[in-house]
Design a protein around this ligand. Structure first.
Ligand code: GCW
Length: 717
């Protein structure tokens, strides 16, 4: 009857495919992210069927609860190859109970609901099945995703006793998306916000995005670039934002907007934006009222002010607190918040950019309104491959400080280089500030527990765009995923997260997962080694920040020049931030100030961040600093080579399409790691005049060659 096998397969698919299982997306292009539910083998499926076959959910459902049911149906049908039944009446039998708010818990669940708070959830095994319970519908949705994750990663689902409460209130993605759909520092195609067609047409991608965000507990997005356009606050754009808010609301994701400080002049017709001017204050108040009319659960404003040419309160002789508080007062009656960025640098303290934000903000501790979060980048310069944590963490005990991580890899090889940022985020969050003695980790500052702070948050500069795989590369999905998981739980282990992600995204076979996770964990050190080893920083070529440019010294602003950061000369290399130099170490609490201030106790991975040292300074390895630097650069390339070999040994575990793209990208990364290494060594050798250590290959070209090819996509060699 069937003349070939594929016709038979198509018929079978047509019969067994439920509409949601066989939709338009193709697993191989990466569009499904980590939300993939391929069928388990029959033997594996047995225990899961016992725990989740019939869903029981209260009859009066909210849209959010419906989403939880739909997700469970989709996941269970996919993985267990049998669609679960759904009932609203517990008496008719069930074994996966969704309990929201005051609804009755099944016998024996024994869950302390009060302890779960507004967004937390519990997952408990009870007689004959499982309960997912929360005080809110969104908590149930989070719990549903968690339960599915256990199945996706083949964890046990019997004897469950899980309680999850998010570490911070605001877990937000910052889009640096412009109104023309370009994305500042975006490497994943055009912005997903199609302003032109909004509010009339809602691209289905918005809902897919909201679902992905909810799956990892993200509860906010700021829609537009922090280099803000006042147009975003005009009625036409607010209507567009309101349409997006409508899509995101059932997924528990609030909309925030970037506020251009000079908007009262640009779109309000005023002749000043002075935050103490009554007319300006009234304008913002009216603007906030107008926004809340359209978006009753609007989250608030994100502001970049007096930074890199953006307008701000200092233009009127006011300070950051004056500016933030004016906006906070406008939002407060509606419950909105202000996220005021601390990414500022200026003509003050010209000797060291790393000191500038601290110098401007720390004196303002205690001066901000309760609904203001000061948003601080993870390090004092700018999302470099490695930086010490920002010294503001711990130094403003009366001010809510929000962490800002970058998910898009502006300084870490854009979307092509495989760099797992989970390891980086964990390094920062677990760093000890000593603000109140040992154990005062950055995580404890950010979650408010150390300094008794109410309002808390974590932001990530997002990497989702309209590329088929969202993030520009398959492995960059892991960075978005890890950001969400760590924002939810600041103490989570980035290696466990990498493992979950690899299992959910690719395959569950241990022989695949183990080397992939090892490679991800290694990848962060690899990029540090081939770009900026031993605490060097900001050596990227100007503007694009992609390739090497350590020779650049002549830009108008000193802090834009790589040579401002490495300070290499005939004698030595590194930035002296000790008392004999800029004394930035003094911005850290004791004993860190002493630890970083002493070359003997400074960790070698931050050595040249804090110290200027002679080329023949003796390293722990016994090598000279010069030899060590060359070795690190060389090792960085070897590490990428190993990553590529590891991946190439894994062909066949996943679909060919994703496998092949990853091979291609790893080849690019290897070529570019080599470029970074060769160009950097060529330059530093021209300064140090030292011979290369024995057996180390010299760069194949002279320095002029590397200078000549310094643009983002140059390395054709
Ligand atoms: C949005 O501007 C960015 C700018 O593109 C980027 O190079 C730098 O990392 O930081 C700025 C910031 O964080 O404000």
């Amino acid at each position: 009857m069937f003349d070939n096998l594929s016709a038979f397969r198509i018929l079978i698919l047509a019969i067994v495919c439920l509409p949601f299982m066989c939709g338009a997306s193709r697993a191989e292009d990466g569009y499904d992210l980590w939300l993939r539910y391929p069928a388990m083998e029959r033997g594996e499926a047995r225990q899961y069927k016992a725990a989740a076959k019939r869903i029981v959910v209260p009859a009066a459902q909210s849209e959010t609860l419906e989403l939880a049911v739909r997700e469970l149906e989709r996941g269970l049908a996919g993985m267990l190859d049998a669609a679960p039944s759904v009932a609203s009446d517990a008496k008719r039998g069930g074994n996966l109970w969704l309990v929201s708010g005051d609804a009755a818990l099944p016998q024996g669940a024994g869950i302390d609901m009060a302890a779960l708070g507004p967004e937390g959830y519990a997952i408990r095994s009870v007689d004959g099945g499982t309960v997912i319970a929360a005080n809110s519908d969104i908590g149930v949705l989070y719990g549903a995703f968690h339960f599915l994750r256990l199945m996706q990663t083949r964890e046990n689902v019997t004897g469950l006793d899980i309680t999850e409460i998010p570490s911070v209130d605001v877990r937000i993605i910052n889009h640096w998306d412009n109104l023309d759909r370009t994305v500042e520092r975006g490497y994943s195609g055009a912005s997903i916000w199609d302003w032109h067609k909004l509010p009339d047409y809602l691209d289905p991608r918005y809902e897919d995005y909201a679902r992905a965000l909810a799956s990892i507990g993200i509860n906010g997005v700021s829609l537009t670039n922090v280099n803000a356009d006042a147009m975003a606050l005009t009625p036409a754009y607010l209507e567009k934002a309101a349409a997006l808010a409508g899509v995101f609301r059932p997924y528990g994701v609030k909309i925030y907007q970037t506020a251009r400080f000079s908007a009262p002049m640009e779109i309000g017709g005023l002749d000043t934006a002075d935050p103490l001017d009554p007319e300006v204050r009234a304008w913002w108040k009216a603007k906030a009222d107008e926004i809340y009319e359209l978006i009753p659960d609007f989250g608030g404003f994100l502001v970049k002010a007096n930074s890199e040419g953006q307008p701000g309160p200092q233009d009127y002789g006011r300070n950051h607190a004056d500016g933030a508080n004016m906006l906070a007062d406008a939002l407060a009656p509606h419950g909105g918040i202000v996220m005021w960025r601390a990414f500022v640098y200026s003509e003050h303290n010209p000797e060291d950019r790393a000191k500038q934000a601290y110098a401007q903000f720390v004196p303002l501790d205690g001066k901000f309104r309760d609904n203001v979060l000061v948003q601080v980048k993870n390090g004092p310069i700018d999302f470099q491959p490695r930086e010490p944590f920002h010294p503001m963490f711990g130094a403003m005990p009366k001010t809510p400080l929000m962490m800002e991580f970058q998910i898009t890899k502006e300084y870490l090889g854009f979307a092509t280089h495989l760099v797992y940022l989970g390891a980086y985020y964990e390094e920062v969050l677990s760093a000890d500030t000593y603000a109140q003695g040992e154990g005062s980790t950055v995580a404890k500052i950010v979650d408010g527990s150390l300094q008794d702070i109410e309002l808390t948050g974590v932001a990530g500069v997002g990497n989702a765009g309209s590329d088929r795989n969202w993030s520009g590369s398959h492995f960059d999905q892991a960075n978005w995923y890890a950001f969400g998981r760590l924002a939810w739980d600041l103490d989570a282990d980035s290696k466990d997260i990498a493992e979950d992600w690899a299992r959910m995204t690719f395959a569950n076979d241990d022989a695949f997962v183990r080397p992939v996770v090892a490679m991800m964990m290694e990848s962060r050190e690899a990029v540090v080694d081939y770009m900026t080893p031993l605490g060097l920083t900001h050596l990227m070529a100007t503007g694009h920040h992609y390739g090497p440019g350590p020779w650049v010294c002549d830009l108008a602003r000193p802090e834009w020049n790589p040579c401002y950061y490495h300070k290499a000369d005939e004698e030595g290399i590194g930035f002296d931030r000790t008392a004999s130099g800029s004394n930035a170490v003094a911005q850290y609490e004791a004993p860190l100030a002493e630890i970083y201030g002493d070359v003997e106790t400074t960790p070698e991975n931050l050595l040249l961040w804090f110290h200027h040292l002679p080329w023949d300074y003796e390293m722990k390895s016994g090598r000279t600093l010069w030899d060590e630097l060359v070795m690190r650069y060389t090792e960085g390339v070897a590490e990428v080579h190993e990553m590529r070999e590891t991946w190439e040994g894994l062909e066949g575990y996943i679909d060919q399409e994703r496998y092949d793209q990853i091979v291609a990208f790893l080849k690019i990364q290897e070529k570019e790691a080599q470029w970074w290494r060769d160009a950097s060594i060529a330059y530093f050798q021209s300064v140090s005049g030292r011979p290369l250590p024995d057996g180390v290959a010299p760069p194949p070209h002279d320095l002029d060659y590397y200078k000549a090819i310094s643009h983002p996509y140059a390395p054709g060699h």
